[in-house]
Design a protein around this ligand. Structure first.
Ligand code: R5P
Length: 219
């Protein structure tokens, strides 16, 4: 089973969580794109869609779905998104596709967050994947110096601008032994818009696809 097949199978498993009449938050990335491709064949009727990125909005609209803003709908019943890394405690690194800030807002506004990954992303400790941090462009060098003091190696994602007009630092070689604590510490650096550690609001349900099928870890 190749990685695309694993992404499709975990996306399909997430469809079971979509009930009629709900407000559905849709994440960003190749795994979520598989989910979006399944949506037209869904029998249940979603009341409203909220999107975490311009790319996801475009894909939903191309399939004929109307996309609402978070301000329009209030809270989200269910948020489905992928991740770059996940632990069995459902803590995540996200933002490989640069959408971390809007994803974090949607996750925080959701009653239930279902994260869909393939087994290559399940890790014992977060940090093997370079940690994305969205920063205000004028604070980029300042934040980078602060991160170096934390013993990380920040690399500017060149020629990339987020949907919010900001920059991304990808931080290599960080030992994330205490994810919620590091999430707070990085969030407190002036100029940081958000950090790709999702530990204070972890996923409620983690679906992991492998050769053996889809496994569920939940609260
Ligand atoms: O900014 C992007 C998101 O956090 C994605 O959920 C994450 O990068 C995983 O994407 P993919 O499903 O393409 O591996």
């Amino acid at each position: 089973m190749d990685q695309t097949a694993k992404k499709m199978s975990v996306a399909k498993a997430a469809l079971e969580y979509i009930e009629s009449g709900i407000v559905l938050g849709v994440g960003t990335g190749s795994t979520v794109n598989c989910l979006i491709d399944f949506l037209p064949s869904l029998n249940t009727r979603v009341e409203a869609f909220v999107s975490s990125s311009a790319a996801t909005t475009k894909k939903l609209e191309e399939l004929g779905f109307e996309v609402s803003t978070l301000n329009d709908v209030g809270d989200i019943d269910l948020y489905i998104d992928g991740a770059d890394e996940a632990t069995k405690h459902r803590q995540l690194i996200k933002g490989g596709g640069g959408a971390l800030t809007r994803e974090k807002i949607l996750a925080a506004a959701s009653r239930k967050f279902v994260c869909i990954i393939d087994d290559s992303k399940l890790v014992g400790m977060l940090g093997g994947f370079p940690l994305p941090i969205e920063v205000l462009p004028m604070a980029q060098a300042f934040v980078a110096r602060k991160i170096v003091k934390m013993r990380g190696q920040p690399i500017w994602r060149e020629n990339y601008v987020t949907d919010n007009g900001n920059h991304i630092l990808d931080v290599h070689n960080l030992k994330i032994t205490n994810p919620p604590e590091l999430e707070t510490r990085i969030n407190q650096i002036p100029g940081v818009v958000s950090v790709g550690i999702f530990a204070q609001r972890p996923a409620d349900v983690l679906l992991i696809s492998s050769e053996q099928g889809v496994r569920t870890i939940r609260t």
